[in-house]
Design a protein around this ligand. Structure first.
Ligand SMILES: *Cc1c(COP(=O)(O)O)cnc(C)c1O
Length: 384
């Protein structure tokens, strides 16, 4: 990005974004920007640290070669084979039978969420999320012209159900985001909470409730997928970016009533999911069991991070994800300074802007050891 910038001509550099006739609500705003720094230990974007196993790499090459022979044609617009396999995966692991008609896929769950907001949000409409939560919900809302409402949480980062119900009744949002396990806090949401907010949202409008389960494979608890039964306005969104270790693939999906799948067809770009993406995702799904084996290792490492951080003397938020929120570093300045000092020791963690807290992704045992050494040293320095 920076290299590309250096190559633009002087004349172009005198023109900034705000000199362009962009939409008013985009003026003065910043893009999504987790720093991509070249540091030995990168534990900042909740990626899976394990590269895909070689047999899977070979299978991807095979399936992509097959797809390449047909690249003169547009891909299967409805990605039926892929959606069938995703439905099979959800049925096997999600505690609820799902058919191809219940599943939709796109380039990352971010695109799934964007399609949902294009369909159910948009100008004159609003969405609510309970913050701190995944910053892209608010950003995609903005990008689709949907108004954003920041809903409340308890001090311990669980959702304050009474306050959330009041916020839904007062604002009558068109879309409600519930992230479980939540990013960046790691907290899971109880099924009863989802049901209470769903009822509140239906009474107020009715509105679409989106349960973002990007990290559910790492959870101690069962998926909220069974809740879609009999609730056409409830959507569960998933991704292959985290548990499947395929962030570079860009494959997200949702499960919902078939009417929701029909509705997003109204906004999706034709042939949005390339034949190469479909072939790669299908190859990865053939290796589900191997990939979920890594998830077990990561869960054990996540639990070790929680225990060791507490032993060092940090506060840790209960985590059901592949990352851990830790602190407390006083206010926003304290957490930023701590972030910097951990970075100086060669470990990149994430400052999500939650004052006093940082987030570390569970990496390999070696990476986690390096992180623990860094924060142990930091603790010593800060308490001396
Ligand atoms: C990482 C993440 C996603 C995944 O986005 P992709 O576009 O599928 O990579 C979705 N939701 C949450 C809460 C996340 O943290």
């Amino acid at each position: 990005m920076e290299g590309a910038r250096e190559q633009v001509t002087d004349q172009q550099q005198t023109v900034g974004i705000d000199d362009l006739p962009i939409r008013d609500e985009l003026r003065g705003k910043s893009p999504y920007g987790a720093p991509q720094l070249d540091v030995p230990v990168q534990l900042n974007t909740n990626e899976n640290p394990y590269p895909l196993p070689e047999p899977l790499v070979a299978r991807i090459a095979e399936r992509v070669a097959e797809a390449a022979r047909g690249l003169n044609r547009y891909p299967d617009r409805d990605a039926v084979e892929l959606r069938t396999e995703l439905a099979r995966y959800l049925t096997r692991t999600g505690g609820h039978p799902v058919a191809v008609g219940n599943v939709w896929a796109a380039n990352g769950s971010n695109e799934v969420l964007q399609q949902l907001l294009q369909t159910f949000g948009g100008p004159g409409r609003t969405a609510i999320g309970f913050e701190p939560s995944y910053s892209m919900h608010a950003l995609i809302a903005r990008g689709t012209g949907t108004g954003w409402i920041s809903g409340p949480r308890h001090e311990d980062f669980t959702i304050d159900v009474d306050a959330a119900e009041r916020a839904i009744a007062a604002h009558r949002p068109d879309v409600v985001f519930i992230t479980s396990p939540n990013n960046p806090t790691g907290t899971a949401v109880e099924a009863e909470t989802v049901l209470a907010l769903y009822e509140a949202a239906q009474a107020a409008r009715p509105s679409l409730v989106v349960v973002d389960e990007a990290y559910v494979e790492f959870s101690h608890r069962a998926s909220l997928l069974p809740l879609i039964e009999g609730r056409p306005n409830l959507v569960v969104s998933r991704t292959m970016s985290k548990a499947f270790g395929a962030a570079g693939l860009r494959l997200g999906y949702l499960a919902a009533h078939p009417a929701v799948v029909d509705a997003v067809q109204l906004v999706r770009l034709p042939y949005h999911l390339s034949a190469v993406t479909q072939a790669t995702a299908l190859a990865a799904l053939e290796h589900t069991d191997t990939l979920l084996g890594y998830v077990e290792q990561l869960k054990a490492e996540r639990d070790r991070l929680v225990d060791e951080l507490r032993a060092i003397g940090y506060e840790v938020t209960e985590s059901d994800a592949n990352f851990v929120q830790f602190g407390h570093f006083g206010g926003a300045e304290g957490s930023h300074e701590a972030w910097r000092k951990i970075l100086d020791r060669g470990v990149l963690v994430r400052d999500n802007g939650v004052p006093g807290w940082l987030r570390v992704t569970a990496g390999t045992p070696e990476e986690n050891d390096a992180f623990l050494d860094a924060v142990r040293a930091l603790k010593k320095e800060q308490s001396s």
